[in-house]
Write a protein that binds this ligand. Structure first.
Ligand SMILES: *Cc1c(COP(=O)(O)O)cnc(C)c1O
Length: 407
């Protein structure tokens, strides 16, 4: 991927992405030289004259200086012109839908984060916005859904959760534009360090800052990044009007995370590849899903649109759900928990945990098998992670032995 033309309105927006992660949007305090952006615990700001705010800040539902520093930092990382931060990833995605009215359509991938699916169908569906879910790996299916007309957004995740399928972002963005729709990419799994959808032609990027950008499992937040100032104005209008705001302390915590994004992602990627290869070598594992493996059906596309393959690995144990549960109960470094993207390794069984709300038949039809286990591979020492995988495999083997004694 090419390096972007830097937006000169973002302070310290210079250098490569690792450097910008540390410096972009970060300005030391003019009065005392304090290096870190202060946490501005302010609801309101003094005005020089009625209706004349000193530096544009009037009320912290609208804007706050700590949040602004993070928004500039994130905009730099995603090669965007602007960023807006929200109370959560879902609040960010919801704010996009405020630009829609009854009868408008949204075409989305069918392998979406469950909360996004619920937000679309249960919350905004009841206001007459129509949602159609398609296999986003199938360009003909995407094109056919867009051709039905009146589509405001093509909403994609790449890689998806938990099956780590990829959408061809460049091709999808072209199809969206031909249909008069904006292409939105949820870039939570890849992060801008590994994939920058705006450079590939997408119009808007959304993030759950809760995951890799925060990076330490200690904050919930969301963001939208884009280039068109008119779209920014509309989203910011609804953001202020609706009020799903992001607090200054949370903005500070995410900024602390983004500064180390480059080094964390390098380690997430190398650890995940080692774990994926280790699992692939075991007889107890039917399938390992990781975009960095040559066995991944879209490995070539991953190499084209991503500069690394991320920290998420999914795999199917031949012993099904019993083996999956035994594996999770046996690991000591991988902690049994939902969520992802923190420095610590996590493990979960999607059919029972994050994706339990999807009816079993629908789940299996979408390719999500009962024995699927999902790993968020952290930044611990790789050998400790591989030893832990062996612990899990040994426990899974015992369930298989028991099952064969029974039968
Ligand atoms: C977690 C997640 C979200 C939702 O973000 P929250 O911060 O939990 O609201 C959206 N998309 C993806 C891909 C996620 O993993």
């Amino acid at each position: 991927m090419s390096e972007p033309t830097p937006n000169s309105e973002i302070p310290h927006n210079r250098g490569r992405i690792d450097t910008r992660a540390v410096h972009a949007g970060q300005v030391s305090d003019e009065r005392n030289g304090a290096l870190m952006t202060p946490v501005y615990f302010n609801s309101t700001y003094e005005q020089d004259s009625p209706g004349v705010p000193r530096q544009g800040y009037e009320y912290s539902r609208t804007t706050n200086p700590t949040r602004t520093a993070l928004e500039l930092n994130l905009a730099s990382l995603e090669s965007a012109e602007w960023g807006l931060c929200f109370a959560s990833g879902l609040a960010a995605i919801a704010s996009l839908l405020h630009r829609c009215k009854a009868g408008d359509r949204v075409v989305a991938g069918n392998d979406l984060y469950g909360g996004t699916h619920r937000l679309f169908t249960r919350c905004y569906g009841q206001f007459g916005i129509e949602f159609e879910f398609v296999d986003s790996t199938d360009l003909a299916a995407v094109e056919a859904a867009l051709a039905k007309g009146n589509v405001r957004y093509l909403h994609l995740e790449s890689p998806t959760n938990p099956l780590l399928r990829l959408a061809d972002i460049e091709a999808c963005a072209k199809l969206a534009h031909a249909a008069g729709a904006l292409c939105v990419v949820d870039n939570t799994f890849a992060t801008p360090y590994l994939q920058r959808p705006l450079e590939l032609g997408a119009d808007l990027v959304v993030h759950s800052l809760t995951k890799y950008l925060g990076g330490h499992s200690d904050v919930v937040g969301g963001a939208i990044l884009g280039r068109d100032p008119k779209v920014r104005g509309e989203i910011a209008y609804y953001q202020n009007a609706v009020g799903a705001q992001f607090g200054p302390m949370d903005a500070f915590l995410v900024m602390r995370g983004t500064k180390t994004l480059a080094v964390r992602m390098e380690r997430h990627c190398s650890n995940a590849l080692a774990v994926a290869r280790h699992l692939e070598a075991s007889d107890l594992v039917d399938r390992v899903i990781y975009p960095g493996l040559t066995s991944h059906p879209q490995h070539e596309l991953a190499g084209r649109q991503m500069s690394g393959f991320g920290g998420m690995v999914s795999f199917e144990l031949s012993g099904g759900v019993d083996a999956g549960v035994a594996f999770c109960n046996a690991t000591e470094v991988f902690t049994l928990a939902e969520s992802l993207g923190g420095v610590e390794s996590l493990i979960e069984v999607p059919p029972i945990m994050t994706h339990a709300a999807i009816p079993a038949q629908e789940r299996r039809a979408a390719g999500l098998q009962d024995g699927l286990v999902r790993l968020s591979v952290g930044i611990e020492h790789v050998d400790d992670l591989l030893d832990d995988i062996d612990r899990g495999l040994a426990a899974a083997a015992k369930t298989l032995a028991k099952a064969s004694v029974r039968s």
